[in-house]
Design a protein around this ligand. Structure first.
Ligand SMILES: [Zn+2]
Length: 310
């Protein structure tokens, strides 16, 4: 491989956070070029990651986070490219390492970049120090047998693919979570992965991931239908309550009840509330608590009730 780009020095000064990000505290907005970005707590991201693992299983969670990272990295590269107008993709790759460090995701150290412009062959090696993802994994699960910086792998793959204008995939070879001092990853163009390419592509755009998404959509769809059903039931009960209140009021008026004591109001309200609950499955039979019987209902607890009514 010709190594046209090996060890190329940067031709500009390192990125500064305040220059890269546009802080608009009055609007509550932070932008990276035109793209809105947000600051999230590492602990919250760690919990989300844990929820994904426990809800979907390790493999599906891993793929989702790889895909999430890919989109994140791709967006960052496009935004930074528009802002920085790189003349060489290698400059963009180094800016990406600095941006990822500035964002607090990981302290990234680019070990080497090899790029053969004639053949398109590409390889990059990077060391990640203090990966937040590895820290969160260790916090929740302890030491891991395999590398766990899934969203970082996705981010660097997405970022490098956008920079190089072609498929580039990273794989993590060593990880902090396995007991190494730092994480180490290698990125290559698609062809450079040889027999591993198929498995890697499955991680990034697997049909199984699509099926998993479809399954989740069905689950969400079922839950939405259940919520709709409960909402309709509540509406029906509310209508029944209102009808019962009206009926009680009309009956009280027709019988010329001129006194409405607090106790009377309380019983009427209780009757109105209890009836629909008792009759939830039986439609309009809630009117079995007909207001005609209310004076009788009152009688046992209010022996002097008759004088209250005209
Ligand atoms: Zn790692």
């Amino acid at each position: 491989m010709n190594r046209h780009a090996r060890g190329l020095p940067r031709n500009d000064t390192p990125l500064q956070l305040a220059e890269v990000l546009d802080f608009r505290p009055d609007q509550g907005i932070i932008r990276l070029h035109e793209q809105r970005v947000v600051i999230l707590s590492a602990a919250a991201m760690g919990l989300l990651r844990k929820e994904l693992v426990e809800t979907l299983g390790v493999e599906t969670a891993r793929r989702l986070l790889v895909r999430f990272g890919f989109a994140d990295g791709y967006h960052d590269a496009v935004s930074l490219r528009d802002r920085s107008a790189w003349t060489r993709p290698e400059d963009g790759l180094r800016d990406g390492a600095e941006l990822h460090t500035l964002e607090g995701i990981v302290r990234a150290e680019v070990v080497r970049i090899e790029h053969d412009r004639a053949t398109g062959r590409f390889e990059q090696e990077v060391v990640w120090h203090d990966s937040y993802e590895a820290e969160q994994h260790l916090h929740h699960y302890g030491r891991s047998a395999d590398p766990v910086c899934w969203s970082l792998v996705g981010y660097w793959s997405g970022y490098a693919s956008a920079c190089m204008g072609r498929e580039v995939y990273f794989r993590e070879r060593e990880c902090l979570s396995q007991g190494h001092r730092a994480c180490r990853a290698v990125g290559r163009d698609a062809e450079g992965w040889g027999d591993e390419l198929r498995a890697i592509r499955e991680d990034f755009q697997a049909a199984s991931l699509g099926q998993e998404v479809e399954r989740l959509r069905e689950v969400v769809g079922r839950r939405v239908k259940e919520l709709d059903r409960r909402e309709r039931l509540l509406e029906r009960r509310e209508r029944e309550l209102n009808l019962l209140r009206e009926r009680v009021s009309r009956h009280a008026a027709s019988r010329q009840f001129i006194v409405r004591s607090p106790a009377m109001d309380e019983v009427l309200e209780m009757a109105a509330r209890v009836a629909p609950l008792d009759t939830a499955a039986a439609g309009d039979v809630s009117f079995r608590f007909d207001a005609v019987r209310l004076p009788q209902l009152l009688a046992p607890s209010r022996p002097r009730a008759p004088p209250l009514f005209a």
